[in-house]
Ligand binder design. Structure first.
Ligand code: ADE
Length: 234
């Protein structure tokens, strides 16, 4: 089994790349794909860059060139729920794009024109494995399962946050997950988005984000380590 792991930014994948052994680095679309052994599993780790277009290109390369069997998107996100705090983890039940708007053409907000599915599901088996691993390695961290909403926007105002909450009932917001989930769906690859909360997606987001990025990333890395060990044992 080959596990594709995408992070948008360097801090989100740095530790994974450093830990990987027997690695071969391939360049494509200005991205570096690290293919090797990660905690006993065959994995390809890559920094996609930020936003939906980078993320979708990256996921398609993982499908076409590396034939990954599973896609995991790891990173940070802004919380959309009062109970979901900085450092907590959100696992994707589903993911959609909050900035997809063809309402003027008669589509629902968030619906991708001429597509029946626009709310892309997280893989149930990966989700339950992730939950089990969280309970084991980060038992004191809040873990939530819910919808992740993605857009090409860093959400840093209360107004926009409330608009997203009202229209999409998301648990957290970020800038790549639904694009990766869509690419995974189109290629029939099981996918899970794992996001650690770095900020509250409100007026404090910009300041809080940089302060908590490292803590948020550390939780995801612990979880990934346990998940990869389990996946490689199967
Ligand atoms: N990633 C982390 N925090 C975010 C936010 N507030 N908006 C979009 N993406 C994010």
């Amino acid at each position: 089994m080959i596990i594709g792991i995408i992070g948008a930014m360097e801090p989100e994948v740095e530790a994974l790349k450093e830990t990987m052994t027997d690695k071969k680095i391939t360049n494509k679309a200005q991205m570096e794909f690290y293919h090797g052994n990660l905690w006993g599993a065959e994995a390809v780790v890559v920094r996609s860059g930020i936003g939906k277009v980078n993320a979708a290109i990256c996921a398609q390369i993982l499908a076409d060139d590396f034939h990954v069997d599973v896609l995991i998107n790891t990173g940070v996100a802004g919380s959309l729920h009062n109970e979901i705090n900085i450092g907590d983890i959100v696992l994707s039940t589903d993911a959609l794009q909050h900035d997809m708007d063809a309402v003027g053409f008669g589509y629902a907000l968030g619906q991708i024109p001429q597509m029946e599915v626009w709310d892309f599901p997280g893989d149930r088996k990966l989700l339950s494995l992730a939950k089990e691993c969280c309970a084991k390695v980060i038992p004191d961290t809040g873990v939530f399962e819910g919808r992740i909403v993605t857009g090409d926007q860093f959400i840093s105002s209360r107004e926009k946050k409330e608009w997203i909450k009202k229209n999409f009932a998301g648990y957290c917001t970020e800038m790549e997950g639904a694009a990766i989930a869509q690419a995974a769906y189109l290629n029939h690859i099981p996918c899970l988005i794992i996001r650690a909360i770095s900020d509250k997606a409100d007026d404090s987001a910009q300041m809080v984000y940089s302060e908590f990025l490292e803590i948020a990333v550390a939780n995801s890395i612990k979880l990934l380590k346990e998940m990869l060990q389990k996946l490689s044992a199967n």
